[in-house]
Design a protein around this ligand. Structure first.
Ligand SMILES: Nc1nc2c(c(=O)[nH]1)N[C@H]1C(S)=C(S)[C@@H](COP(=O)(O)OP(=O)(O)OC[C@H]3O[C@@H](n4cnc5c(N)ncnc54)[C@H](O)[C@@H]3O)O[C@H]1N2
Ligand code: MOO
Length: 403
């Protein structure tokens, strides 16, 4: 049996590159950008007015002018109107391009406008040259990179991409994934189980987590039959990049999966990790590049292994930097005696001192998936220790937000 760290190292040595695809920018939220995006013009592209009011020449203010004749009204999107006299101004709206003959905008709140004359209500030293203007190129210069390759496309990136006119983006291709459930005790969700059966659910959890990462996985169920198991996995090895299995890998008489994988030349890279839940975790690869994660069937074990091993593999495979580790303060004493690394289910919250604290919500073992809904992270408790005291700090793996 290997340690969590050894398992992680073996998995991280099996990264893949699925190439790049081009997509409409509107569909790329959450994908990994595979090109640098540059500004096609300055940002902002012109001196952008930031308050509704009047635009004047600051020299006139300095020279004591306090009333301005409104020569034109300029909405956002209008071509700039110009003034030629010191006591002339342009009534101007937020978003308009500042005319070159003026340099300062006075907002309506500081004005009284009557019969085409705008009188300044505030004293001159309250007005600053260049106020209420977002200057051209202040944020980014033309040709400057606005979004760097290798990052996840967030709503803010979508906005930048749209503003510089990039309608299509090069993004990292995602692997084709199949999620396989196994076991004759499992029936479909719409079916009514017999008393000794249950509805399948792990595979839907896995599918949902993958959806959170932009992957639309295929689903397959394998009955407890060695021939069918082998045949179906063989087909998957031809059609997918990643096979995620849940169940059928421990020591049960009907756990045919490891044998089928071996017969199909999927090389076992490890089987069993010093951890709870998820001790029977199996990982391997086929010579054609397909990677196989076989998660232990107990729902919490599948869920934990998916987050701790598959998602970290996916992020690295897509070229993302490893996530900055998150640590939390254990909120109460906790004991775990077996010589295994324990992934304790916790409810994370932020206390009044701004600390991330972890309240253990242990549940009833790795079959208790109802407990997952009340928690938002696993706290990774070191193998070397058995007693974990309130106030100690350990790494956490979050699977839900802080609410
Ligand atoms: N003699 C031993 N028995 C077991 C060991 C062991 O070391 N020695 N390990 C235990 C641990 S730990 C786990 S975890 C499980 C893992 O076993 P399998 O991967 O073979 O999983 P199954 O036996 O098929 O299923 C376990 C459990 O999970 C339920 N399950 C499976 N798939 C689904 C699904 N898609 N949706 C909902 N529930 C699912 C299944 O019905 C079982 O109750 O083995 C222990 N045994
Ligand atoms: O890994 Mo098992 O999940 O401890 O039940």
């Amino acid at each position: 049996m290997i340690t969590v760290e050894e398992a992680e190292k073996i998995i991280q040595a099996e990264l893949r590159d699925y190439g790049v695809e081009i997509m409409s920018f509107e569909l790329t939220l959450g994908r990994v950008l595979a090109e640098n995006i540059k500004a096609d013009r300055d940002l902002p592209p012109f001196n952008r007015v930031t308050m509704d009011g009047v635009a004047v020449n600051y020299n006139a203010i300095e020279n004591g002018v306090s009333s301005f004749h409104i020569k034109a009204t300029q909405a956002a999107g209008d071509p700039p109107a110009e003034v030629h006299e010191a006591d002339h101004c342009i009534e101007i709206m937020t978003g308009a391009a500042l005319p070159s003959s003026v340099d300062t905008v006075i907002r309506y709140e500081d004005l009284e406008i009557r019969a085409g004359l705008a009188s300044v209500l505030v004293s001159h030293n309250h007005i600053k040259k260049g106020q209420n203007i977002h200057f051209q190129g202040r944020d980014k210069k033309q040709h400057e990179i606005v979004a760097k390759s290798g990052q996840i496309i967030s709503p803010a990136i979508i906005s930048l991409v749209a503003s510089v006119g990039e309608t299509e983006l090069r993004v990292k291709k995602l692997p084709r994934v199949v999620v396989i459930s196994s076991g004759d005790e499992l029936v479909e969700v719409e079916q009514t189980p017999l008393v000794y059966q249950i509805r399948r659910s792990n595979n839907y959890t896995v599918k949902a987590v993958l959806q959170q990462h932009g992957i639309e996985a295929a689903m397959l169920h394998i009955p407890d039959d060695p021939e069918i198991t082998k045949k179906l996995i063989q087909q998957c090895l031809l059609n997918y990049d990643v096979i995620l299995l849940s169940g059928g890998i421990s020591m049960g008489k009907f756990d045919y999966i490891p044998k089928a994988l071996e017969e199909l030349n999927v090389q076992q890279l490890f089987h069993k990790v010093e951890q709870r839940p998820g001790k029977p975790l199996w990982f391997g690869k086929h010579e054609n590049g397909v990677v196989v994660f076989a998660f232990p069937g107990n729902p919490v074990a599948t869920f934990m292994c998916l987050h701790r091993y598959f998602l970290t593999w996916l992020q690295a495979t897509l070229g993302l930097k490893p996530q900055v580790p998150v640590y939390a303060v254990l909120d109460r004493d906790f004991n775990f005696l077996p010589s295994l690394k324990y992934f304790l289910q916790v409810h994370l919250q932020v206390n009044e001192s701004g600390q991330l604290t972890a309240i253990p919500i242990e549940g009833n073992g790795s079959g208790d998936f109802a407990n997952l809904a009340d928690t938002n992270a696993f706290m990774e408790l070191p193998l070397e220790k058995n007693h974990f005291a309130k106030g100690e700090i350990y790494e956490v793996w979050m699977f839900k937000g802080l609410f």
